[in-house]
Design a protein around this ligand. Structure first.
Ligand SMILES: NC(=O)c1ccc[n+]([C@@H]2O[C@H](COP(=O)([O-])OP(=O)(O)OC[C@H]3O[C@@H](n4cnc5c(N)ncnc54)[C@H](O)[C@@H]3O)[C@@H](O)[C@H]2O)c1
Length: 282
């Protein structure tokens, strides 16, 4: 099957970035938000992202014009029903995502592929809520989407080989490097990253070293571009805690228990950069 038109549900941090790389890849894109206010904000961010490509010389002005012409926003999910692929990037909530998947399943053509950008919800579960479980797949992009090269392609229990292959080729067409992973809690990315962050928080809690020194060890000793505690602040400590809880619940293994200090920071509202305060002050 050929993908020509892509729908993106949610124009937040991830949805906006996904829409931008999709128009950048030459696709016609329709973005859906819940209200005009969010849609306007999201569309403005996508346009700004394309302008930035022009400023940096990544894209010529006429090509940018074409991209803008291929981009449309809507608050009506029905405007996505004629898409060949819909990528869902709404809030990380099972009920909200299930509802969107069921609506898309009922409205979209039989051949359409439904993908989710979820970080932690089971693709198999979302697929099972539809009448097309073989045509449901995970496309896990990374923030900021225009810059980050990786897409984890999450194969649900019922995802067909054809759908997997189409999505893999699409990811390459979007100038990303796809890696196929099984539908397990945390996939590969968060299953490896989050326990490392959690362990760094344990080191801080136990007074093994200061936050700055823990980050310095990982930057200078392991060549990480950013220390785990600063990265946690960037991701959001609430997001980190939620993912640790998913891993802990999903595997039933105590090695994934969230560090009490991480929980305390979240309880205090010191959830990182977005709150002006986390392990560091901003
Ligand atoms: N932020 C990250 O670093 C990151 C990385 C990878 C994956 N993800 C995943 O991507 C998804 C989106 O995360 P985000 O950071 O972009 O969140 P966000 O809060 O920035 O954006 C979510 C957007 O979805 C909109 N929305 C909610 N319900 C909707 C609906 N029914 N229809 C259309 N729009 C709706 C909201 O108005 C909001 O603008 C989540 O599943 C998250 O787990 C996030």
């Amino acid at each position: 099957m050929e993908i020509k038109k892509i729908g993106v549900v949610g124009a937040g941090t991830m949805g906006g970035g996904i829409a931008q790389v999709c128009v950048g890849g030459g696709f016609e894109v329709v973005v859906r938000e819940v209200a005009d206010e969010f849609l306007d904000k999201g569309m403005a961010r996508i346009r700004k992202g394309i302008d930035k490509w022009v400023e940096k010389g990544i894209v010529e002005a006429p090509a940018a014009e074409k991209m803008l012409a291929a981009l449309r926003g809507s608050t009506d999910l029905a405007d996505l029903y004629d898409c060949d692929l819909v990528i869902e990037a709404i809030i990380e909530d099972l009920d909200a995502k299930t509802q969107v998947f069921q609506q898309l399943d009922a409205g979209c053509g039989d051949d359409a592929i439904l993908a989710s950008n979820t970080s932690s919800i089971s693709i198999t579960r979302l697929a099972a809520a539809t009448e097309r479980p073989t045509r449901v797949v995970g496309m896990h992009f990374f923030n900021p989407v225009p810059l980050m090269k990786l897409v984890e392609i999450v194969r649900g229990e019922m995802t067909s080989d054809d759908v997997h292959d189409v999505i893999e080729e699409l990811a390459r067409g979007l100038q990303k490097t796809p890696v196929t992973v099984a539908d397990v809690p945390g996939f590969v990315s968060n299953r490896v990253l989050m326990p490392m962050i959690n362990e760094a928080v344990f080191c801080l809690q136990e007074g093994v070293a200061t936050a700055e020194d823990i980050d310095t060890v990982m930057k200078l000793g392991m060549a990480h571009p950013m220390g785990p505690l600063r990265l946690a602040d960037l991701i959001g400590l609430d997001v980190c805690l939620a993912i640790m809880e998913v891993l802990h619940r999903g595997y039933g293994d105590s090695k994934y228990r969230p560090c009490p200090l991480l929980r305390r920071k979240v309880d205090a509202g010191h959830v990182g950069r977005k709150a002006g305060r986390g392990f560091y002050t901003y």
